[in-house]
Design a protein around this ligand. Sequence first.
Ligand code: PEP
Length: 250
Amino acid sequence: MRRKLVAGNWKMHGLKADLSEVTAIATAAGANPSVDAALCVPFTLIAAAAVAAGDMPVGAQDVHQAAKGAHTGCISAAMLVEAGAGLTIVGHSERRADQYETDAQVKAKAEAAHAAGLGVILCIGETLDERDAGQAEAVVTAQVAGSLPEGADAAWLSLAYEPVWAIGTGRTPTEVDVAAMHGAIRAKLTALIGDEAAKVRILYGGSVNGANAASLLACADVDGALVGGASLTAEKFVPIIEAAASLSQA
Ligand code: PEP
């Protein structure tokens, strides 16, 4: 049985004034021990958020693949660990689109993060044009094959299926579509890493909120959620953690 993981992605939101939300979310996470929760915050907030979060892991939203060097504006995995991060997102569609990140770079970032001891949430997902063209499964499974790190292991790696057209739009795929895609991702993973694939958590991301979390999290092969907008406040995020917990106790 895979424990559900509910992770928040604060994107470019969050100042020290928001640390009370981190603490409130961490308190709720502690009250729901049947699920794992985490918050991925801006680099500048990691150190303070790690203190404010207590036992709940705090993560980053990106990492550079190199250990050090002339990479202005970038951050290494060791720097994230030193700041107090326990995990990082890699390959978010906003970075694949805005920073032109390739599957090969995403793979290298995941490997660098793991080598430094970080957990990894690796994002994949199709655009609306790709879905409309009937290519969603082919695109997503190709992303899995291209960006899966060497030595992929459920102890440190989760995947997040995030259809690009569902992120921040209020639109979600049907439960049938979510289950079908997660099943296809699991099948691809099995072809790539064998039995370990059954242990790897596959999160769903894209407009998850307190109202739809229970039905999305109940879909076959959905092992948690990656949540953007609805993770910014305890008021919105805690109901998602609780929805995951109630499914985990059932
Ligand atoms: C995300 O950016 O990872 C995300 C899922 O955003 P939202 O929940 O706002 O759609």
